[in-house]
Write a protein that binds this ligand. Structure first.
Ligand code: ATP
Ligand code: MG
Length: 563
């Protein structure tokens, strides 16, 4: 347990301390990447409980993912010890589930209600035609709810019952929401019911990292916080502890054209005069780009031939970076389909990789499909671990089809599908209902092991909130970032969101950042000429170091082999 009492806020900077020790009432903390949002939020909660006598059982902290909830809980335990156990920490879905469990009868659900699987949902949808009300009625007749119901049913229950609202407002008098820029309409409605307009609601986030509009998130709720909540206090955190000054300068310039934060600034806490510029590599092909990544990792980690087989950690030849291990390195990309050639090249060079993505298996539909497969797979009595594996394999086969944007599926995706879910199955033992519930109430499955000695491969969406000493942002090409479908022009708002995604990517890097593009790429069924993303054009060229001329073309472009 860390120091409690007078020293609690000592580890915060001046503005973080202002945010952490602000009095009750609505509080909006607008904080850029790397400014210590989680640190500030946990210290605020700890300070309120340890110093101001707020009861931990009156506190509710809400995040979007299980990973974020677990991290918050862990950090609270470090600050408060056992007291942290009394604080409710969860995702929006787990909060909805709690409210629903406590009011199942009022919601018209019988004692055996549960979350419907995909098959049951499809059946109900087909029967109901296009009529969503009729669809829900059918589910309800079978005592089933779907994932949207986990939020919408509590919202309707609370909207119709002021006494119930009072009950929850008394229970959770202090509410904290992380990544507030990502709330969608139903989550927002739930929050407005749980918190009175002058309530102790503390929301923290960064509008410039709002990247989930495709699943209904709306950054407008963040931007209008001070009209929704009375006398809201605003605190800004602008001191960035994560990135070197050149990386930060590039990121701030990249977001500037469409920033949602007036007077956006990020001040580097790190002022290393030796800091590297942003490496920029223009590859002639996708294979060349992948080779560039391998070559550079090889240089950074000190030469593959010299690598210790025990740990992968070796003395780096690059003194400015220090001791680097593979897990310090991340390769980020816009679409999952890009990962194939990179995984191939790294694996051929003997570099271990681990991959995480928001793929189809991890969206809500995927969860329901897994639930259904699990009921069939491996025999009803088999151990959960075995059944999860069998279900993963069945799904992998089903998904061995072209990806959404018409690209070939990455072989890695198919393998990953077969491996999905297992760590969670380990944690939940043989408890299938618990496993499904955990799967359903988290927005993603955690497949990234921070201790694994492997280079991390992630989509930009999956990289949100993480940081790595070395980051490669590959495929910085027009049409890929911003992403464009053939025959359609993205709206201004869509391009702005893609730019925010680019900003999220750049700001994951601590010491070294590499951006690369390929002159051609196989997309939408044919090989296309690609040009670098216009997002790079707004960055001062003095912040880049142009890296080596592209290696001579190979006789046969490896990418074509995927055909
Ligand atoms: P993002 O928007 O990218 O999720 P964040 O605001 O959540 O960023 P954190 O990940 O909480 O940022 O913090 C970034 C880094 O800065 C972490 O390594 C954290 O430990 C460090 N940090 C935060 N505040 C301080 C501080 N006051 N002193 C030293 N280091 C700090
Ligand atoms: Mg964060």
């Amino acid at each position: 347990m860390e120091e409690v009492g007078t020293g609690l806020l000592d580890r915060l900077d001046a503005m973080q301390r202002v945010a952490a020790s602000a009095p009750g009432g609505p509080l909006l903390i607008v904080a850029g990447p790397g400014t210590g949002k989680t640190r500030t939020l946990t210290h605020r909660m700890a300070y309120l409980c340890a110093e101001l006598g707020v009861f931990p059982e009156r506190c509710l902290a809400i995040t979007f993912t299980r990973r974020a909830a677990a991290e918050l809980k862990e950090r609270l335990e470090a600050l408060l010890g056992d007291v942290a156990e009394d604080i409710t920490v969860g995702t929006f879905h787990s909060l909805g589930l709690t409210v629903l469990k406590e009011n199942a009868k009022a919601a018209g659900l019988g004692s055996g209600w549960r979350i419907a699987d995909e098959h049951e949902q499809t059946q109900a949808r087909e029967q109901a035609g296009d009529d969503d009300a009729a669809y829900r009625k059918l589910l309800r007749q079978q005592d089933l709810v779907d994932l949207d119901d986990l939020i919408s049913v509590p919202v309707s229950l609370l909207s119709e019952d002021p006494a119930l609202v009072e009950k929850y407002r008394r229970r959770w008098q202090w509410i904290f929401v992380d990544e507030y820029q990502d709330v969608d309409e139903l989550q927002y409605q739930l929050l407005r019911l749980l918190s009175p307009p002058d309530g102790n609601l503390c929301a923290i986030g960064d509008p410039d990292q709002a990247i989930y509009s495709f699943r209904g998130a709306d950054v407008q709720y963040f931007l209008r916080f001070n009209t929704d909540f009375v006398d809201a206090r605003l605190v800004r955190l602008t001191r960035n502890y994560r990135s070197s000054a050149p990386i930060l300068a590039a990121a701030v310039q990249a977001i500037a054209p469409t920033t949602l934060v007036s007077g956006r600034r990020l001040d580097p806490a790190r002022l290393d005069p030796e800091a590297s510029l942003v490496g920029r590599y223009a590859a002639r092909s996708v294979a060349d780009e992948a080779d560039f990544v391998v070559r550079t990792i090889d240089e950074l980690v000190g030469g593959l031939s010299h690598r210790s087989l025990d740990s992968g950690r070796v003395d780096s030849r690059a003194a400015a970076v220090g001791n680097l291990s593979f897990s310090d390195i991340a390769v980020l990309y816009r679409t999952d389909a890009q990962s194939g050639p990179i995984v191939d090249a790294l694996s051929r060079a003997g570099i271990p990789v681990q991959k995480r993505s928001h793929n189809r298996l991890r969206d809500r539909r995927g969860v329901a499909e897994i639930a259904r497969e699990l009921r069939h797979a491996g025999g009803a009595s088999g151990p959960l671990r075995v059944r999860v594996k069998a279900a993963g394999q069945a799904l992998a086969q089903r998904y061995a089809a072209p990806t959404l944007d018409g690209d070939q599926p990455a072989p890695e995706d198919v393998r990953l599908a077969a491996e999905l879910l297992l760590p969670l199955a380990d944690r939940t033992g043989d408890d299938l209902p618990l496993f499904l519930q955990q799967l359903a109430t988290g927005a993603e499955v955690d497949a990234l092991d921070p201790r694994a000695e492997a280079v991390n491969l992630l989509t930009l969406h999956a990289a949100k909130g993480l940081e790595f000493p070395v980051v490669f942002l590959v495929g910085c090409e027009d049409g890929l970032l911003p992403l464009r479908w053939p025959g359609s022009t993205p709206s201004e708002e869509e391009v702005a969101e893609e730019r925010r995604l680019f900003f999220v990517g750049l700001t994951r890097a601590q010491d070294r950042l590499y951006v690369s593009s390929s002159a051609k790429r196989f997309r939408h069924g044919s090989e296309r000429e690609q040009s670098p993303t216009p997002f790079l054009d707004v960055i001062d060229s003095g912040l880049f170091e142009k890296l080596g001329e592209a290696a001579p073309a190979r006789p046969k472009d490896r990418q074509l082999r995927l055909l």
